[in-house]
Design a protein around this ligand. Sequence first.
Ligand code: AMP
Ligand code: GLY
Length: 417
Amino acid sequence: MKVLVIGGGAREHALCRSLSLDPDVNALYCAPGNAGIAEVAELRPVDALDGEAVARLATELRADLVVVGPEAPLVAGVADAVRAAGIPVFGPSGEAAQLEGSKAFAKDVMAGAGVPTARSYVCATPEEVDAALDAFGAPYVVKDDGLAAGKGVVVTDDRAAARAHALGCDRVVIEEFLDGPEVSLFAITDGVTVLPLQPAQDFKRALDGDEGPNTGGMGAYSPLPWADPKLVDEVMASVLQPTVDELRHRGTPFSGLLYAGLAMTSRGVRVIEFNARFGDPETQVVLARLRTPLAGVLLNSANGTLDAQPPLSWSEDAAVTVVIASHNYPETPRTGDPIEGLAEVAEQDAPNAYVLHAGTRREGDAVVSAGGRVLSVTATGSDLAQARTRAYKAVARIGLDGSQYRTDIAAKAAEGR
Ligand code: AMP
Ligand code: GLY
């Protein structure tokens, strides 16, 4: 099978790594990719937001499957263009990707499907904003309606800051604060059949102890030793299947990856958000544990044949990933800094620990930073403590001027807290 992956972050590196290990995959391309992906896939330049260009590239490469990684191309309808060219594609239509592209649409789908989520108001005027802020009180949760790369959400006790963020957006969703730990649960679907993956936990704040601003995600781990073993079944029944059914009944069937961001509140599971693609960095740890070859599963989603997919097989290992981010991430990240130590990790830590590239590019012989999140150092082990030790040992070998990472990824879970 010839597979083309669209995107160029650590999620796409994780996808390409798994696909490169799949015996059914005999040619692997990534567009546009990054310096790390170039080691497992052939890179092609493309404007990932241009559906016609992606469809042309897929046709040229005679791809049997196109996997669209990030949300922006999905929302822009790139999967539709590839499908129209007659090529199977893993990823939802532009319309169905509104589940991520518009928080208001997602709320409407959840209301229709009876899926538990935070109570919310969609606001477009200062009067509506004030009324919603006062209805819920602090802590205030204010979400830009559109895509914002994980940075459109403000959670604060400061009413003035909440109001300022709301007024800076065209349309906002203001909602009830949900307490309790967060879980990311992914499911692969073809629009009818839903196949859940293993849950993971993401660390969204920039600094240790969940301090600092929200980011795209600073680290992740899986499995979740503290979670109820019935969690996946429960979320399947109360969230994932009803959402997929609702979207199908609305005439916007959702195929691809349905990402449920969940809060385990004292009153039960609530959906914080949906995404329409694999999460980053959770994908790095979920795929590190998936034993079933990936390409066939994605192709079954693309072809609408997921009912024929044998059950997924999972490693008993735990996985941890630690994101190394640029100086000044998430505000205005500095790029162009040389990255040291990649060869040392490959020589001394593989295969238990390895570096997935997020924002990197090659400059002559050097690999330099090219984005806010630069690397996602991933490790496996017999338990979280071992995976964590291995991940941080590899992190310590990496040199990147001004970079930052959290030191507490999976720490509480590894200690059984
Ligand atoms: P989102 O982009 O919707 O995932 O929001 C980013 C982060 O903001 C989430 O991972 C949560 O940590 C936080 N958040 C979003 N919605 C809520 C909520 N209703 N209550 C508490 N925290 C929230
Ligand atoms: N890790 C959060 C996200 O992918 O949106």
